[in-house]
Each structure stands twice: as structure tokens, then as C-alpha cells.
Design a protein around this ligand. Structure first.
Ligand SMILES: Cc1cc2nc3c(=O)[nH]c(=O)nc-3n(C[C@H](O)[C@H](O)[C@H](O)COP(=O)(O)OP(=O)(O)OC[C@H]3O[C@@H](n4cnc5c(N)ncnc54)[C@H](O)[C@@H]3O)c2cc1C
Length: 377
């Protein structure tokens, strides 16, 4: 007979992990959450959240109206050749830094009674003899059910030798991400996406008079330039909009927050009986602007099925099968369109032509935006 330390163990305290932890605790389960960093901390993200997740975040205990966040309902796309496309975002979104949002969720998780292990890097997560085990430093716990929500690329992916880790560089992997917070003079209600050779840079408002400036580009762009600053000057500044923003804004961080080895390739949804959520099982390109909503939504799908499993209404196999089915139905199509769009962006003239053509095809622009976004959940 197994003795469990917690009903649930969640590895990775980003948006998927934190919101799933809060929801499962609210259902009455004992929950442990494992995060390698200590809150609050900055992470690379464009910090524009699609309105899809407005209601869900409120149900997770975040009083969004009280935060008076900027509402963003316009999109501006520019190419290096100076072509600009402007579009309305039907559902729209809002801006908040991950530093603040993740911290608010962490505080709420603790208030609800989630056992949060921060500064705790999980080295092993596996299923054996009817229980999941989580090992981090000197901590070792057994749980009835685990969730892997450890983001884009983790030491666990390497340990598990997941396929995407070994994949050779192609048009869908080996990207780097760079983020700054800036003070600047730009509209509050617009998310701008400025393209450059091998990447694109998003700029939109968050809280406290700050804007998030975040870009994604190929690792080869950085290697060729020899450093971030050199790459910005040589590559990003060829888009005159970006040059102006860089030259006329006040940069708040002394150095940017960065990540590397970002992959949009396909990933397994379940690994060795461990269900995965958020970027750990599939990442939509930032171009589509709703990875955060998808991460939380996949966590929500997990929480409902976890409840059925823990109440012994379904077996573990049944739960995993239903999770895979529900996930596919909700996200597969969106990820596919996101990959297609990603593979075509960053090629200077192709992007320029694409943006120039879309200016005269507003119906198609709206269709692409709609196809990569979901509905409130
Ligand atoms: C350049 C860029 C810009 C983006 N811009 C946007 C945007 O504007 N809007 C949007 O909606 N999405 C955007 N995204 C996507 C969005 O950031 C992600 O989809 C979202 O953060 C995924 O959430 P998550 O919970 O799955 O992972 P994360 O938020 O990455 O959380 C995973 C957590 O797991 C922890 N972890 C990893 N390994 C371990 C371990 N072994 N033990 C313990 N903890 C571990 C990590 O420290 C991390 O805190 C962007 C992504 C990139 C790369």
C-alpha cells in the first residue's frame, strides 16, 4: 500500500503550474508545487496576454480590474522595408509583467494552502509502482498524480532525452529570446510587432508606465554578430521603427533577460505516464501572442481530469487518454498554423511582401489572428 506525501505534485511554477495548483487546491486536494527559481523573478516573455484568460485568472484569485492594467486591442506589424499593417484585435488582451503576475499567483497559491517549494530544482520525476516521485536536492516526495509544467526546455527534458532536445537546428528551433522593460512614448492600446532579418520584436505596455520590449531571433544571428548589442545595431536597427524605439527609450534593466534553445517543434504530451502542460508539451510561436493563455488553458484541462482520477471515476490510463484527446482538440490546429506563420517570418523580403499583401486583405489578417487564438475558458 502506497503512502503519499501529497495528492498532487506540480513541477514548474510558471503560469500553467501556478494556476493548476490553485485550482486543484480549491478542489480540496493537497498540492505541492516545485519551482527552481525564487519569486518574484523576471522571465523572457512579451507580456501581452490574450483576453482568453481574463475570466480564468480571476477565478484563480487575481482581481484584474483592481490592477488597472492597459487594455490592448490594436496590432501594428512592420517589415524591415517600412511596410506597416494595422489591424484591430477583436478579442484583444492586456499587459502585465510576468514578474508581477507570477508573484500574485504565487501569493494566492500559498494563501490557498499549496506547499510551494521555491529555489527547488527537480532532478527526477517519474512514475513507479502506482505513484509519482519527485526528487529535488534532499527532498523526495511521493504523490498520487504529477504534472510536468516545466516550460520550454528544462533539465528534465535533457534527462528524459526528449526528441526535441536532440533535433538538429531547423526553421522551428534554436531561437533565442531577449527582453527589456523600457520607458517610452508609444500608444497604450497597441501591440507592435517589428520584423527584422531572422526575427521579430514585440513592444506593448505593461503596468507602472513601463513597456515590455521582447524579441525572438535565431541563434545564428547572435553568433554572427558576436554579442546582443552588436546584433541589435547591425540587424534589428535595419527596421527604422526599431531603431527609433531603441534610440528614444529609457532602458530599465542594466542587462536584458535572455533565453536560448527555444524550440517550436512538436513535443510529447505525456512522457512515461507523466502528463505535461504549457510549453512543456508544445509551444506556440510568440508571433501569435497567446502562449500564456494556452499554458493556463492546458493546466485547466488537466485539473478537471485530475479531479476525475483522484475521485477514482477514471483510471490513470483513462485520464491520460482523455487529456491527450482534449489537448489535441483544443490546441493542435492552432500550433500548426503558428508553426507555418513562424517558418515564413524573419525572411526579410518574404515578410515584407506578406505584410504588404495583408494590408489589402483585412479579411485574411482577421482569419489568421482568429485561427491562432481561442475563446475564453
Ligand atoms: C520571446 C518570447 C515572447 C513571448 N511573448 C508572449 C506574449 O507576449 N504573450 C503570450 O501569451 N505568450 C508569450 N510567450 C510564450 C509564453 O511566455 C509561454 O507560452 C508561457 O510562459 C508558458 O508558460 P508555462 O507555465 O508553460 O512555462 P513557464 O512560464 O516557462 O514556467 C516554467 C517554470 O518551470 C520552472 N522549471 C523548469 N525546470 C524546472 C525544474 N527542473 N524544477 C523546478 N522548476 C523548473 C522554470 O523555472 C519556470 O518557472 C513568449 C515566449 C517567448 C519565448
Amino acid at each position: 500500500m502506497n503512502v503519499y506525501d501529497y495528492d498532487i505534485g506540480i513541477v514548474g511554477g510558471g503560469l500553467a503550474g501556478l494556476t493548476a495548483a490553485i485550482q486543484l487546491r480549491k478542489k480540496g486536494y493537497t498540492v505541492s508545487l516545485w519551482e527552481k527559481n525564487k519569486y518574484p523573478f523576471h522571465r523572457v516573455c512579451g507580456e501581452y496576454i490574450s483576453k482568453e484568460s481574463w475570466d480564468y485568472l480571476q477565478r484563480c484569485g487575481i482581481d484584474l480590474p483592481a490592477l488597472q492594467l492597459p487594455e490592448i486591442n490594436k496590432l501594428e506589424l512592420s517589415s524591415h522595408g517600412g511596410s506597416v499593417l494595422k489591424a484591430k484585435l477583436d478579442l484583444g488582451g492586456f499587459g502585465i509583467s510576468r514578474y508581477w503576475l507570477d508573484y500574485l499567483l504565487y501569493e494566492e497559491a500559498k494563501r490557498q494552502g499549496v506547499a510551494v517549494f521555491e529555489g527547488a530544482k527537480v532532478e527526477q520525476l517519474f512514475y513507479r509502482n502506482g505513484s509519482f516521485e519527485i526528487l529535488a536536492g534532499s527532498n523526495s516526495v511521493k504523490v498520487k498524480l504529477a504534472l510536468g509544467s516545466f516550460g520550454k526546455r528544462s533539465n528534465i527534458d535533457v534527462k528524459w532525452q526528449r526528441k526535441f532536445v536532440a533535433q538538429k537546428p531547423d526553421s522551428l528551433n534554436n531561437y533565442i529570446g531577449v527582453k527589456y522593460h523600457i520607458k517610452t512614448d508609444l500608444p497604450n492600446d497597441t501591440i507592435a510587432l517589428h520584423n527584422f532579418k531572422g526575427g521579430y520584436c514585440g513592444v506593448s505596455k505593461v503596468e507602472a508606465d513601463l513597456y515590455c520590449l521582447c524579441y525572438l531571433t535565431t541563434a545564428s544571428n547572435l553568433q554572427a554578430a558576436g554579442g546582443i548589442r552588436e546584433m541589435e545595431e547591425r540587424v534589428l536597427f535595419r527596421n527604422s521603427y526599431l531603431r527609433k524605439i531603441f534610440e528614444q527609450s529609457k532602458f530599465i534593466f542594466t542587462a536584458p533577460v535572455t533565453i536560448s534553445q527555444v524550440s517550436f517543434n512538436r513535443k510529447e504530451l505525456i512522457y512515461d505516464q507523466v502528463p505535461l502542460a504549457g510549453d512543456a508539451c508544445g509551444m506556440i510561436t510568440p508571433l501569435c501572442g497567446n502562449g500564456m493563455s494556452m499554458a493556463m488553458h492546458s493546466g485547466k484541462i488537466f485539473t478537471n481530469l485530475a479531479d476525475d482520477f483522484l475521485q477514482q471515476r477514471i483510471s490513470l490510463e483513462g485520464m491520460l487518454g482523455r487529456y491527450a484527446k482534449a489537448w489535441d482538440l483544443q490546441f493542435s490546429g492552432r500550433l500548426q498554423i503558428g508553426r507555418m506563420v513562424q517558418a515564413n517570418f524573419g525572411k526579410e523580403w518574404q515578410t515584407h511582401l506578406f505584410i504588404s499583401a495583408l494590408k489589402y486583405l483585412p479579411g485574411l489578417t482577421n482569419r489568421i489572428i482568429k485561427a491562432t487564438h481561442g475563446q475564453p475558458f
